[in-house]
Design a protein around this ligand. Structure first.
Ligand code: NAD
Ligand code: TYD
Length: 359
C-alpha cells in the first residue's frame, strides 16, 4: 500500500483514518476525494502534511474524475468512506442516500474495474476497501445473538437499505469480476470530529450550552459503541491483512442503552464543571417522540477479525467518552469550521480558559 484514494476523508471517520494511516505508515500518500457536503469540513483536515495529503473537492459519482485520479496518482488502494450517513436525514429524504451510497459506490467500482481489471498484472497489490455498517443486519431482540458475518441482511431505515445495496454491489464485483475487495461492517463510531447530529456529540454540545438533551422514545435502545481510533486500526488491519472477498464485523464490545450513554456524559460533566449553572446536567434530559421504525438493538460479534487478524478494541466506553468530551472542549476552532462556533464557543472557551487558569 503506497498511494491511497480515501473517499469522504473530510468527514468524521475518514479524517480520523487519514491521520491514523499517515502516522502509522510513513511511506503512504493520500488523495482525499470529498464533495464537502454539510458533513465534510476542511477544518477536519487542519495540520495534515501537504506533501502527503491532497484534498480533491469532487463527487464520487464523477466516474471520469475518479478514473483520472486512479491512473494519474497510481492509486493501489481505495478506502471508501464517502456516504450520506445519518439515519434521521434518510427518513426525511431518502433520495440523496441512494444517489451517494448506491450510485456513488457503483461509479467507484466501475472506475476501479476500468483502471485495474483486464490489464495483465494490474491487480497485483490492489485493494478496494468498503466501509459499511452493522445496521445492514437489522434490529436485534433482547436475547438475540450478536450480528456475525453470516447474519442475513435485513436493513430497516433508508440509510441501512442504501448501505446494504452498496455492500451487495461490492460483493458482486468480487464474484463477477474478481475485484480484490474487502468490507468492514462496523458499529456506531464516536470520537473527535463527529458532526453534532449524531447522539454523542449532540448530547455533549447541547449539555455544555444548557440546551435540552433529546432522548428518542424510552431511551432503552441499545447500540454497540466503537471508539474511532479502534475503528481506524481495524480498517487498516483488514486492508493490509484481510482476505480479499471477505467481510469483517467490527464492534466496541459494549452495549449500553442510549439513556445510559446520556447519563454517563452528564455525570462526567458534573464532576468536570462543579461550578456550572447547568448542574446536574441530567436535568436537561427530555424524552421526545421516537424515530419512525427505530431499530431497538445492535450488537456486534467481532470474533472473526479477532481470530484472523488479532484485532480487538482497546478503548473502554468510559475512556473513549472522556477523550471525546475533552476533544470537543479543546477544539472550538473546529466548531467554527463547521459553522457552529456561535452556539458554543463562548461557554466552552470561558470554561476551558478558567480550567486552564486553575491548572
Ligand atoms: P460523515 O457523514 O461524517 O462523512 C461523510 C463524508 O463523505 C463527508 O466528508 C462528505 O462530504 C462526504 N461525501 C458525501 N457525499 C459525497 C459524494 N457524493 N462524493 C464525495 N464525498 C461525499 O460519515 P462518517 O460517520 O465518517 O461515516 C463514514 C462511513 O462509515 C460511511 O460510509 C458510513 O456509512 C460508515 N459508518 C459510519 C458509522 C458511524 O457511526 N459514523 C458506523 C458504521 C459505518
Ligand atoms: P445516531 O447517533 O443517529 O446513530 P444510529 O441511528 O445510526 O444508531 O443515534 C444513536 C442512537 O441514539 C439511536 O438509537 C437514536 C438515538 N438518538 C436519540 O435518542 N436522540 C438524538 O437526538 C439522536 C441524534 C439519536
Amino acid at each position: 500500500m503506497k498511494n491511497i484514494l480515501v473517499t469522504g476523508g473530510a468527514g468524521f471517520i475518514g479524517s480520523n483514518f487519514i491521520r491514523y494511516v499517515l502516522a502509522e505508515r510513513p511511506g503512504v500518500q493520500v488523495v482525499n476525494l470529498d464533495a464537502l457536503t454539510y458533513a465534510g469540513s476542511r477544518g477536519s483536515l487542519s495540520g495534515l502534511p501537504e506533501d502527503r495529503h491532497a484534498l480533491v473537492h469532487g463527487d464520487i459519482r464523477d466516474r471520469q474524475l475518479v478514473e483520472r485520479l486512479l491512473s494519474e496518482r497510481r492509486i493501489d488502494t481505495i478506502v471508501h468512506f464517502a456516504a450520506e450517513s445519518h439515519v434521521d436525514r434518510s427518513i426525511a429524504g431518502p433520495e440523496a442516500f441512494i444517489e451517494t451510497n448506491v450510485v456513488g459506490t457503483l461509479r467507484l467500482l466501475e472506475a476501479a474495474r476500468a483502471a485495474w481489471l483486464g490489464r495483465g498484472d494490474a491487480l497485483e497489490g490492489k485493494r478496494f476497501h468498503h466501509i459499511s455498517t452493522d445496521e445492514v443486519f437489522g434490529s436485534l431482540g433482547p436475547g438475540d445473538a450478536a450480528f456475525h458475518e453470516g447474519t442475513p441482511y435485513s436493513p430497516n431505515s433508508p440509510y441501512a437499505a442504501s448501505k446494504a445495496g452498496s455492500d451487495h454491489l461490492v460483493g458482486a464485483y468480487v464474484h463477477t469480476y474478481g475485484l480484490p475487495a474487502t468490507i468492514t461492517n462496523c458499529s456506531n463510531n464516536y470520537g473527535p470530529r463527529q458532526f453534532p447530529e449524531k447522539l454523542i456529540p449532540l448530547m455533549i454540545l447541547n449539555a455544555l450550552t444548557g440546551k435540552p438533551l433529546p432522548v428518542y422514545g424510552d431511551g432503552a435502545q441499545v447500540r454497540d459503541w466503537l471508539y474511532v481510533i479502534d475503528s481506524c486500526e481495524a480498517i487498516l488491519r483488514v486492508i493490509e491483512r484481510g482476505r480479499p472477498g471477505e467481510s469483517y464485523n467490527v464492534g466496541g464490545g459494549n452495549q449500553p442503552t442510549n439513556l445510559e450513554i446520556v447519563q454517563q456524559i452528564c455525570a462526567y460533566l458534573d464532576q468536570r464543571f462543579p461550578e456550572s449553572p447547568y448542574r446536574p446536567y441530567s436535568k436537561l434530559l427530555r424524552f421526545v417522540p421516537d424515530r419512525p421504525g427505530h431499530d431497538r438493538r445492535y450488537a456486534v460479534d467481532f470474533r472473526k477479525i479477532e481470530r484472523e487478524l488479532g484485532w480487538r478494541p482497546r478503548f473502554s466506553l468510559d475512556e473513549g467518552l472522556r477523550e471525546t468530551i475533552e476533544w470537543y472542549l479543546a477544539n472550538p476552532e473546529w466548531l467554527s469550521a463547521i459553522g457552529r462556533r456561535d452556539d458554543y464557543h463562548g461557554w466552552i472557551e470561558q470554561n476551558y480558559t478558567k480550567r486552564g487558569a486553575d491548572k
